[in-house]
Design a protein around this ligand. Sequence first.
Ligand code: ME8
Length: 474
Amino acid sequence: MNKFYVTTSIPYVNAPPHIGHALEFIQADVLARFQRAAGKDVFFLIGADEHGVKIARAAEEAKKATKKFVDENTEKIKKLLKVLNISNDDFIRTTDRKRHWPGAQKLWFKLAEAGDIYKKKYKGLYCAGHEAFVTDKDLINGACAIHKTRPEMIEEENYFFRLSKYSKKIEMFVKSGKLKVSPVSRKNEILSLLKEGLEDISFSRPAKSLSWGIPVPNDPNHTMYVWCDALSNYITAIGYADGGKLWKYWPADVHVIGKDILRFHAAIWPGMLLSAKLPPPKTIFVHGFITSGGEKISKTIGNVVDPFKVVAKYGVDALRYYLLREIPSGEDGDFTFEKFEERYSADLAKGIGNLTARILTLAQKGKIKPLKNKFASKIAKIKKDSAQSVSEFKFNEALEKIWRLIALGDKYIDVQKPWTLESDSKKFKEIIGHLLFLLLGVGELLIPFMPETADKIAKHVAKSKSTVLFPQLK
Ligand code: ME8
């Protein structure tokens, strides 16, 4: 099987995309680029979650027509993908009536056919932030622990999905690794939930309280629950409704998601797939949350980090590097401009930037070809080790290993002092030849992480022309 299908979650478009979304896009992009470079037939999907109470309300508050409001915010996601140099092959919107609606409705039919959809009167607390019913466990002093807002008491007749029926099977999938959940801490978290047994979940809302969504097939008085609509994006985008050449990509090899939506992906989604007689995704990789100065990122606190501004000031690869290197990929991590500038200065300007400039400035002095023998085995070893880290989703470790090669290059120059030699001497050419080979190796290793830098290195080595990859900060 030479295919590799990777997805990110689809952000809600109630607000412009933030640094947390950037992290997720970049992590998934590393996986896609890594597998492409390894020769896999990659399909990389991103999208936008455009339905639900939260979005309809945000549009109202902005005094905009809902469609116009979601169009604008989705455009911002697409713009961010460009700015971050994300190599997604496709983009699915849940308001897409050609691809997404028919697929989501077909899935509903399949669940109904399996006898897994039924109607029930229900009374519960609904948190619009979660787009889910919550229980007392989710509340602190009556307010949602995550969103800090009071959930609404709702009593209505809804369609339910018989998730309870699949609880044991999903547990088996996760336990056995047929559905791998990474890191292991998240696997344990979901297993403890599965051990308690899953309850059936509400799968629709009356159209009078939620009209911004996909109508339930054959019952326009009901709108599909936003999570049922959203999760199905992973299959509707690749032609679930009517087959076609993209369908070969299912099951997904990796869903990249954040820790707050683990339950939806590792419990509800496999349940839906089981009911529809489709295989589960192979792996769910769960990243942590980015805080800003140690606090949850929030408009009220005023610590929102705008990824567009960071890229405009420091360049795309500086942001990619920071998010991949400083945030331990499966855990929470912090963003501050102070830390960002520290990393930038030490690892980029003085690290890879300086090494590249030193080598290429010296290489300009003569027509020097990269020489393979000295560093080849070291590079091969780091390639293998960093690939292992990527396969475990440990992007920070992979980069740390690649930076060892940079340190090795620096040390070699300092010891050999090539600037003390005649530039047409054999020794000089040899030393610089080894260094050029090392630099090419670094560049190649960086392709998935910092594609623009990797490209610049390859081009400048080919032309023997010096360059400033990361200018010193003023
Ligand atoms: O959950 N740091 O959308 P969303 C890191 N539409 N990641 C963060 C983050 C932070 N501070 N805040 C959010 C949704 N995320 C649904 C998904 S998928 C079928 C539907 C992550 O915009 C979050 O964990 O609230 C999730 O993976 C992604 O951003 C989108 O979050």
